[in-house]
Ligand binder design. Sequence first.
Ligand code: AHR
Length: 658
Amino acid sequence: MIRSILLSTVALSCFLSARPQSGPIIVSSREVIAEMQPTMYGIFFEDINFAADGGLYAELVKNRSFEFTLPMMGWSQPNSNTHSLNENSGMATAMRSGKEHNAHYCRVEVKNDSGYSLINEGFRGMGVKAGEAYNLSFMAAPEGEGIREIRFELIGKDDKVLAGATVAVGGGDWAKYKATLVPERSEAKARLKITFKGQGIVNMDMISLFPQNTWKNRPNGLRNDLVTLLDEMAPGFLRFPGGCIVEGRTLDRRYQWKKTIGPLEDRDVLINRWNTEFDHRPAPDYYQSFGLGFFEYFQLAEDLGAEPLPILSCGMACQFNTGELVPMDELDPYIQDALDLIEFANGPVDSPWGKIRKDMGHPKTFDMKYIGIGNEQWGPEYIARYKVFEKAIKAKYPDMIIVSGSGPFAEGEHFEYGMRELRKLNAGIIDEHYYKSPQWFRENADRYDHYDPEGPKVFAGEYAAQSVAIASPENRNNWECALSEAAFITGLERNAAVVHLTSYAPLMAHTEGWQWTPDLIWFDNLRSYGTPNYYVQKLFATNKGTHVVPALRAGKALTGQDDLYATASVDRSTNEIIVKIVNTSAAVKAQEVVFEGVSRLQSRATITVLQNDDLKAENALDRATNISPEDKEIRTHKNTVKLSLLPYSVNVVRVKRS
Ligand code: AHR
């Protein structure tokens, strides 16, 4: 909403008091430099920091299917003791099912129903809201008639009951049961307590609790507040499922998309690679249930109006870990996974994989255009494998755009080698990653000014300014980092002829369950917020325009002269000119912008400002919009606007041609 502060007077007085800069920025709105790709600003999603299980995926029960390495992890039995016969309570034990998938269930033996309970702790607790409905479901197979009822209660930190439901069970066969729980008060740290009526044995599995209020009210759905934050970014693509998680620490633990679709109970649970990655942030209870699997990722991309961009293993485990390799003559199953994925997404409903998509409820194709091969691979081993993938994919799907990778570093031996080889292969799009200091971002706004527009396109696939050092647990999502990223992004946008996709990484983090910081969005079990970096992304994405035009001062692009950075575009659908100027200095800057090539501008225009005087300032759960954009109205005069750019500010000016 526009705050109708008529800025002519205020802006003019600031303008007069600020030090004038060396000449106006000339925006030549008729000289198109490049088309802005609809995919310019997107989302990188990886299940790191409890982003999927415990985060976006709204399931509240941790280890619902008893498939963690320690099958009772997440479950407690306060009145039971493994060293006792538990005559006054009972005991639950993980049992092997004898099946290939869903290999365990839980056998509960109740000896004294007044003394026994089984409790799930959730993901650092369960976030539940007063008056909202929660869908409980479970599989059960009572042995004999001893157990007739099972009671489920949401309990608070103080053990007080927030909601309860009793379910009658019977018959010896496995059956699915359901109930609804409606908590009477909100609680971020609820737990699910299960008690039993009678004495005897009941087998249980897939004990699940979901809010009804998920994104689009879908069962097996996603957290509404988190998807809303993503949706408001208007992302042009959704990259999934990572990141290093694609590669795995070993090949056996790589991400295998075929194991993430179909019935939930048959999706093989896998230890999350971030479980053990950092000694300083261990997460022994971090697993992937794959309830959020490839079908759900495609569906999310569709909901967001974003191009799906899946990344697959190329037969190399993470080179920061084992770097385990598949021999070249055993690469076929990996390539088949890529070909089958394209059929799963785009194939007709009578094709084998298209039918599976249809059976999961989506007969329409997902219209996938991009596929990524490998994440942060480097060296000749990668190039050799990439070539085989490229040949096989292009032979069957010549229009598929293949994303290759230049490795984890923005420069150096591996980067140079990868870029050289991929350019020789005329690769479609190359993924570049940079986790660097804020200063690096400010100093590299011209990085793509010298790339060949005829060469491979760039996917700036993972980047984030690190306030301390790469992946340091002390890193902060502070204003200096966000402002520096904004300065850098002007260079991405100015080079839209080369840069086709960009995304910040990582995307999300649970305030108690994180391994890596900084992250774009933080959340706890009930709340969430966008960081200043989020607002930078959102500002650029929602003001990208359709075509880039020159914005020059003294004949040059602004890439840091006088601490200013600028880019401009036109939006042909709204007939607007959009100018973005980042001021990274501590001073107010008077800056005139002259629009050339326009016969008339409307007199009213808007400026959206993201600003803070304190480079250390941050947002937080209880100060979610501390740093967030403000819209103001400004006036044009003839073909000019006079701006007073606040210290440390990102400014987006939109003017309309009349
Ligand atoms: O974004 C976190 C990690 O950083 C990603 O998984 C990986 O690709 C990069 O090294």
